[in-house]
Design a protein around this ligand. Structure first.
Ligand SMILES: *[C@@H]1O[C@H](CO)[C@@H](O)[C@H](O)[C@H]1NC(C)=O
Ligand SMILES: *[C@@H]1O[C@H](CO)[C@@H](O)[C@H](O)[C@H]1NC(C)=O
Ligand SMILES: *[C@@H]1O[C@H](CO)[C@@H](O)[C@H](O)[C@H]1NC(C)=O
Ligand SMILES: *[C@@H]1O[C@H](CO)[C@@H](O)[C@H](O)[C@H]1NC(C)=O
Ligand SMILES: *[C@@H]1O[C@H](CO)[C@@H](O)[C@H](O)[C@H]1NC(C)=O
Ligand SMILES: *[C@@H]1O[C@H](CO)[C@@H](O)[C@H](O)[C@H]1NC(C)=O
Ligand SMILES: *[C@@H]1O[C@H](CO)[C@@H](O)[C@H](O)[C@H]1NC(C)=O
Ligand SMILES: *[C@@H]1O[C@H](CO)[C@@H](O)[C@H](O)[C@H]1NC(C)=O
Ligand SMILES: *[C@@H]1O[C@H](CO)[C@@H](O)[C@H](O)[C@H]1NC(C)=O
Ligand SMILES: *[C@@H]1O[C@H](CO)[C@@H](O)[C@H](O)[C@H]1NC(C)=O
Length: 828
């Protein structure tokens, strides 16, 4: 529910079959006469009451902002049926409708819904969002099922949480309709809303006359709008579902008041924000923005471009003004027509020219398939002689989906830094004849380069044939991509790219409260997407010197690594300095949260622990063996083992070492990433890593899971022992079972299993990498009864470290991740 974030603000309760008279303008004052919820009215952002706009004396019921000195009405109930005196009464009638009537009994407005029973007790409330809602109190389905809500019947203002768009089942069209003038809130001519179509886009209209169209939503934004700023004021979300489509907006900072309003004086949609300092509404943006935004400025096949503050028109390549005389005197109404000699599907006379950064033409006579590739799209257009252009319907990543245009192309404009590629059917020899410098749009200027581009395009398409399906949630903002590998095997892969603003919004602008923890590569935040999905977001530290492209490749690579013991990568976001990885959110946090807490560790009985050990081992084995490029995790630790609902382990942060620590997969590195206590000695000291250093970390993890104690690295229980030496000592003294976590009761575990695990743990933490088993052997050992080799005595890190410090004095670039890890480098 979109209103959810605001519910906590205020729940204003009202009108429990109460009559409110307009003698007192503010309904909320009446409320104090009733139950104890009065105070909640004090902190509301909005007020509901009777008012007279401007110089008018007519009375209306409306909602306006409270606590701001400029009376700003956001909703009017009886806009078309004013009350001429102060006798109005708003009440809930027996049928459960909110009714506004005057003294002589005339009904001026009603919610006009049909309710089931008259025995119900109906209740109306003004929510903190400014939504006036009607509920049936007896119907025990919570307060978020409304019989009626004012948000479904907007007047001229669009507020956060509101929807603009269609419910296709009921035919309800939520759109903004301007006031007639500032003294008269009655429905004016100017409207703003989504058109009902397979390809919805927003339009500002005067009656049926289109003044502005936004272009269809292209996965990132409505086509004609500019790319949002890095830190936008608000985030707009568009939803396209089977039975409804609409968009909503959410301010990024909820303490800033904002609104969209249709301003009839200038026939524009304005976004305003309240400035506390100046105590006034500031114009944030105005649509239409410039002359080119005016609908169909350059007519058929004409393209509008801004030259400073004024607009100019040109015909598309391959087109000439229908009436050159009129065109010269800036009468563009006749538009452009195809140059002579074009002939449909004839060699050299028919082809497509690519125009970049375009607002796509009016989609009135168009066709869409959201899963078709651009290649197929082109073929489909080519085959039908009335098809005039084609383009991707979604521009996320390299684009997907297909829109075809039939008949004249209207309302074209060029949008620097925005827009998308549009392929217009044209006379191909025109391309060679064109004087490229005259063109204000980027055009492929020669047939040769066109051929090269097409060849290239073809090759790329061949290798990377993408197919797009809309997500199950049917939100088209996020798309799935299928990549066909060159070997021919098809691998389904999701690779959504997220908008930075969205993620910032989802994580409350990376607020401290949302922080889950800090890993070796950056902090992790919890977030919730507007559709309710919980996510974990890793914000990679800026230190990564890797380029955007490489990063993206790495993410693709990571998303291919799919195993049930690996955390699922949901997507990524790259924007300027920011690199974010989006994971599935694990409600049960990480292993260390349970393991090292005396009360929570009881939840982990031995059979759970044994399952967790097995799961981790399988996950690591997958990383080491099953991907062609071996992945060495390099930062295995309890904090990186997340637990899902069933407490089954999922390894996080895999592949990050590749992303951030350089490209080697085996070898020597200057930058040691990892967590001390888990690092194999050869890695911690000499920076040499291999799959065997992961095995070492696994061994430590294993010992921790058995003992429920942290390997502190330096000392254990204030003795000069760490967990490894402790385990070794008990092993040598033949009392290994004393190593077991004391919170596990005797009889609740199988001793032979525990012994085996300790044994494997000790084998994994042997000093020499070659002595340690591979993960394959570890798994075999875990599941079989075979006798195991004797572990060699581990060399305890405490001693090794002091040696190491001397021998690696020139080695400075440690990037350790926690306190205890740093202390190792400092004299004690
Ligand atoms: C509203 O304000 C009152 C005090 O004025 C406070 O007790 C109450 O908790 C507030 N309610 C909300 C929902 O913030
Ligand atoms: C009731 O009052 C309204 C104005 O508020 C007026 O238009 C209407 O004619 C009156 N109806 C009757 C029956 O008097
Ligand atoms: C109320 O709704 C009914 C059908 O639901 C419709 O026929 C009637 O015109 C509506 N009345 C008003 C005043 O909107
Ligand atoms: C659309 O309208 C129908 C009929 O009024 C209603 O049952 C349905 O819940 C509405 N859909 C949404 C998504 O609000
Ligand atoms: C809307 O159109 C009407 C004519 O249909 C015109 O008189 C009026 O001025 C227009 N209003 C605006 C704001 O363009
Ligand atoms: C939100 O806006 C308020 C008021 O302008 C400001 O004090 C606060 O710092 C902002 N919060 C964030 C997270 O930007
Ligand atoms: C309507 O827009 C104009 C131009 O931006 C502005 O001067 C005027 O104040 C606006 N009116 C209202 C009521 O916002
Ligand atoms: C069209 O073709 C004819 C001959 O095929 C040629 O003479 C004429 O110049 C061409 N016109 C244009 C505009 O290319
Ligand atoms: C859309 O395109 C896909 C892929 O080309 C095809 O499988 C599907 O049938 C098409 N859908 C429609 C409605 O044409
Ligand atoms: C071309 O497309 C138009 C519009 O969709 C359609 O009416 C017409 O039948 C198509 N022609 C052919 C030959 O497919």
């Amino acid at each position: 529910m979109a209103t959810l974030p605001f519910m906590s603000f205020v729940v204003m309760l009202l009108l429990f079959s109460t009559q409110i008279s307009s003698d007192t303008d503010i309904i909320t004052q009446f409320h104090s006469l009733h139950d104890g919820t009065t105070n909640t009215l004090v902190n509301g952002t909005f007020e509901l009451g009777f008012f007279s706009p401007g110089s008018s004396t007519n009375r209306y019921v409306g909602i306006w902002f409270k606590n701001i000195p400029i009376k700003t009405v956001v909703w009017v109930a009886n806009r078309d049926h004013p009350i001429s005196d102060k006798s109005g009464i708003l009440s809930i009638n027996k049928e459960g409708n909110l009714v506004l009537f005057s003294k002589n009994g005339t009904t001026h407005w009603s919610t006009n819904i049909t309710t089931k029973s008259s025995t119900s007790s109906f209740i109306a409330r003004l929510l903190g969002t400014g939504n006036l809602v009607l509920n049936d109190e007896k119907e025990n389905n919570g307060y978020d099922v409304y019989l009626w809500q004012s948000f479904d019947y907007p007047t001229d203002t669009f507020l956060p949480g509101m929807k603009v768009g269609w419910n296709l089942t009921s035919g309800l069209n939520r759109r903004l309709t301007a006031w007639n003038n500032w003294d008269d809130p009655s429905s004016g001519q100017i409207t703003y809303g989504l058109i009902r179509s397979d390809i919805p886009e927003t339009k500002i209209q005067n009656g049926s006359l289109v003044l502005y169209r936004s272009g269809p939503y292209n996965g990132l934004r409505f086509g004609a709008t500019q790319k949002l700023k890095h830190v936008p004021l608000f985030i707009l979300n568009f939803f396209y579902k089977k039975d409804e489509y609409y968009f909503t907006y959410q301010p990024r900072n909820q303490s800033i008041l904002s609104r969209f309003v249709i301003n009839q004086t200038v026939s524009a949609l304005q976004v305003l924000k309240w400035t506390e300092g100046k105590q006034r509404w500031m114009l944030h943006s105005n649509i239409p923005r410039d002359e080119c935004d005016n609908y169909n400025r350059c007519s058929s096949f004409g393209i509008c471009g801004m030259m400073g503050k004024s607009s100019t028109c040109e015909c598309l390549s391959g087109f000439t003004p229908k009436s050159p005389q009129n065109w010269k005197v800036k009468d563009r109404s006749e538009g452009c027509v195809r140059s002579e000699n074009w002939s449909c599907r004839e060699k050299n006379k028919d082809g497509f020219i690519k125009f970049q950064n375009m607002k796509v033409p009016n989609t009135k006579i168009s066709w869409i398939n959201r899963s078709m590739t651009l290649e197929k799209c082109k073929t489909k257009c080519w085959e039908n002689c009335s098809c005039t252009a084609y383009a991707n319907s979604n521009i996320i990543e390299d684009g997907s989906g297909c829109i075809l245009w039939f008949s004249d192309l209207l309302d074209l404009r060029q949008l620097p830094d925005s827009g998308q590629d549009l392929y217009v059917r044209s006379h191909t020899s025109e391309i060679a004849n064109r004087d490229g410098s005259r063109k204000m749009v980027a055009v492929v200027t020669s047939t040769t380069s066109l051929i090269i581009v097409m060849l290239l395009l073809f090759t790329i398409l061949f290798c990377w044939r993408r197919k797009v399906k809309s997500k199950s949630r049917e939100e088209i903002g996020i798309m799935k991509t299928t990549i066909k590998k060159s070997e021919g095997e098809q691998e389904d892969m999701e690779l959504p790219s997220f908008d930075f603003g969205r993620i910032a919004f989802a994580t409350n602008d990376f607020s401290k409260n949302n922080k889950l923890g800090e890993g070796g590569f950056g902090p992790v935040y919890r977030g919730t997407l507007p559709d309710g999905q919980d996510i974990a977001v890793k914000r990679l530290s800026h230190s990564s010197k890797q380029g955007t492209k490489e990063f993206k490749n790495e993410v693709i690579f990571c998303s291919k690594l799919q195993h049930r013991n690996l955390v699922k990568v949901l997507g990524f976001c790259i924007e300027e300095e920011e690199k974010l990885l989006i994971y599935e959110y694990m409600p049960n946090k990480s292993l260390d949260f349970f393991l090292f807490d005396s009360s929570r560790s009881k939840f982990l009985d031995w059979s759970k622990r044994f399952d967790i050990i097995g799961g981790i081992a399988r996950g690591i084995l997958y990383l080491h063996q099953d991907s062609r490029l071996r992945v060495i995790h390099r930062d295995l630790k309890a904090g990186n083992i997340l637990l899902d609902n069933d407490m089954s382990p999922k390894i996080a942060d895999f592949g990050l070492a590749r992303m951030c620590g350089g490209d080697q997969i085996q070898g020597n590195t200057d930058i040691v990433v990892g967590t001390y206590g888990y690092m194999a000695p050869e890695y911690a000291i000499d920076g040499i890593f291999s799959i065997k250093s992961d095995v070492y970390s696994f061994g430590i993890l294993l010992l921790e899971i058995i003992s429920g104690k942290k390997n502190k690295g330096l000392s254990y229980s204030n003795h000069n022992y760490n967990l490894v030496s402790h385990a070794w000592r008990l092993w040598k003294e033949c009392i290994p079972m004393e190593f077991m976590d004391t919170c596990l009761e005797e009889g609740s575990y199988i001793s032979s299993e525990v012994l085996r695990c300790i044994h494997i743990g000790l084998l994994c933490v042997q000093h020499h990498p070659n002595d340690r088993p591979t993960m394959t052997s570890v798994l075999v050992m875990l599941t079989s009864e075979n006798t195991l080799p004797h572990p060699k005595e581990p060399i305890f890190l405490i001693e090794k470290v002091s040696d190491g410090k001397e021998s690696t004095s020139g080695h400075e670039m440690y990037n350790l991740t926690n306190e205890e890890s740093r202390s190792i480098l400092e004299p004690r």
